[in-house]
Design a protein around this ligand. Structure first.
Ligand SMILES: Nc1ncnc2c1ncn2[C@@H]1O[C@H](COP(=O)(O)OP(=O)(O)O)[C@@H](O)[C@H]1O
Ligand SMILES: [Mg+2]
Length: 346
C-alpha cells in the first residue's frame, strides 16, 4: 500500500506531501489538469518507469532542473545527468531498481491495444506480469534481449560486409535458443494461468458466456528453434536482424473462436482489456501475497452503465488501494474514500 507521496517539480504538479489511508482515492479535474501526471508519479515511484515516456527526464517541470518523488520506503531524484534514489535504505542509480517494490496495475483507455494493437502490446503485458510474479524473469528477459542485440549486431555485420566472427555467431545462436526456450516456458505457463481469470472477469463485465481463448501457441523446443533459425539464415543475413524468437511472437486472443483483433467490437475489446488487467491484478496477488495498487485513468467515460457497475463491483470486491482519475465525478460508479486536494494542481 502507498501510505504517503511527496513530490517536487514533477510535470505540472505543485509541490505536495500527501497521506493515504487505503481505499479509493479520487482524482477529479478538467482535461490538462494533471490527473494522469499524478498517476504517472505513483507509477514511477512504485515501478521505476513511466507509462508515458521512456525518458524520465521528460517529466521534469519545464522550469526546473530536477524532480523528486518520495514515499515512506523509496525516493527518486531525476535530473539531466541521470537518476539517484534510495529503496529501503539502499542507494541506487538505475530507476528499474524500483520495479516491483510496490506492484501496481495501471488501467487506461489505451489498454484497448491489448485486443486491437500489435503483438508487442501483448508481449509487454505478459513480460511485465512475469517479472512481478518471479523476480528472476527480469534477469531472464534482460539476458534474452542482450544476446538478441549482440546477435543482431553480427547479422548487421554480415549484411554490411559479408562476413563476421562465425565462432561468436554460433555461440550467440546457441545462447539465444537456450534463453528463448526458457522465455517460452514462462510465457506459455502464465497464459495458461491467465485464461480462466480473464474468462471470469469477462463474464462479470459482460454478463455473457463467450469463451475467451488466450493461448501462447508458439513455444518451440531448442532443436526446432535452431532449425527455424537455420532455415531463416539467408533472410536474416539479408535483413541484418533475427527473424524468429520470443521477440516476434503473437499471442492468440480469440472470442468464441474468432480473432479479437479482426472481429472484436469496441465494447468487446474494452471488456477484454479490462479483464486482462484485472486478471493480472489477481495473479500478482496470488503469486506475491501483496495486493497491487490499482490506477484507473479515465476508464469510465467509455463504458456503458452495466459495465461501470461491474467494474465497481470488482473494485470493491478486490479491495485494492485504488486511485481513480476522472474529469467528472458523476462518471464514477463508486464513492471515493478520499479526494486529492485541488491545491496539488495549478
Ligand atoms: N514536463 C512538464 N512540465 C510542465 N508541464 C507539463 C510537463 N509535461 C506535461 N505538462 C503539462 O501537463 C498537462 C497534462 O496533464 P495530464 O496529467 O495529462 O492532464 P489530465 O488531467 O488531462 O490527465 C498538460 O497541460 C501539459 O502541458
Ligand atoms: Mg489524463
Amino acid at each position: 500500500m502507498l501510505h504517503t507521496l511527496e513530490q517536487i517539480n514533477f510535470r505540472n504538479l505543485k509541490e505536495f506531501s500527501l497521506d493515504f489511508s487505503g481505499g479509493i482515492t479520487i482524482i477529479c479535474g478538467p482535461n490538462g489538469h494533471g490527473k494522469s501526471n499524478l498517476l504517472e508519479a505513483i507509477h514511477i515511484i512504485c515501478q521505476g518507469f513511466s507509462f508515458k515516456t521512456k525518458a524520465l527526464q521528460e517529466a521534469i517541470n519545464w522550469n526546473a532542473k530536477d524532480f523528486i518523488l518520495r514515499t515512506k520506503t523509496a525516493a527518486i531524484q531525476v535530473d539531466s545527468t541521470g537518476v539517484k534514489g534510495k529503496l529501503e535504505g539502499k542507494e541506487f542509480r538505475r530507476a528499474n531498481t524500483l520495479f516491483g517494490s510496490a506492484p501496481l496495475v495501471f488501467i487506461s483507455p489505451e489498454d484497448i491495444q491489448l485486443a486491437k494493437g500489435t503483438p508487442e502490446n501483448k508481449r509487454n503485458f505478459l513480460d511485465e506480469l512475469l517479472c512481478f510474479c518471479k523476480k528472476s524473469n527480469l534477469d531472464l528477459l534482460r539476458r534474452y534481449r542482450r544476446v538478441l542485440q549482440q546477435r543482431n549486431r553480427l547479422l548487421k555485420d554480415i549484411a554490411d560486409t559479408g562476413t563476421t566472427n562465425e565462432y561468436l555467431f554460433e555461440a550467440l545462436t546457441e545462447q539465444l535458443s537456450t534463453l528463448a526456450v526458457m522465455v517460452w516456458q514462462e510465457r506459455k505457463a502464465i497464459c495458461e494461468i491467465l485464461e480462466p481469470h480473464i474468462n471470469n472477469f469477462y463474464q462479470t463485465l459482460c454478463n455473457k458466456s463467450e469463451e475467451i481463448k488466450f493461448t501462447y501457441a508458439r513455444a518451440l523446443t531448442k532443436e526446432d528453434f535452431l532449425n527455424v533459425l537455420k532455415e531463416k539464415f539467408n533472410a536474416e543475413r539479408a535483413s541484418g536482424t533475427t527473424l524468429a524468437g520470443p521477440h516476434r511472437d503473437d499471442i492468440e486472443l480469440l472470442i468464441s473462436g474468432h480473432s479479437m483483433r479482426d472481429f472484436g467490437s469496441q465494447g468487446q475489446c474494452r471488456s477484454i482489456a479490462l479483464s486482462m488487467k484485472f486478471a493480472a491484478a489477481e495473479i500478482i496477488e496470488n503469486h506475491t501475497g501483496t495486493k497491487p495498487i490499482l490506477l484507473l485513468d479515465d476508464v469510465f467515460a467509455e463504458l456503458d452503465t452495466s459495465r461501470r457497475e461491474a467494474v465497481a463491483k470488482i473494485v470493491k470486491q478486490k479491495d485494492l488501494q485504488t486511485f481513480a482519475a476522472t474529469p467528472s465525478a458523476a462518471d464514477l460508479p463508486f464513492q471515493g474514500d478520499a479526494l486529492i486536494p485541488s491545491s496539488v494542481f495549478h
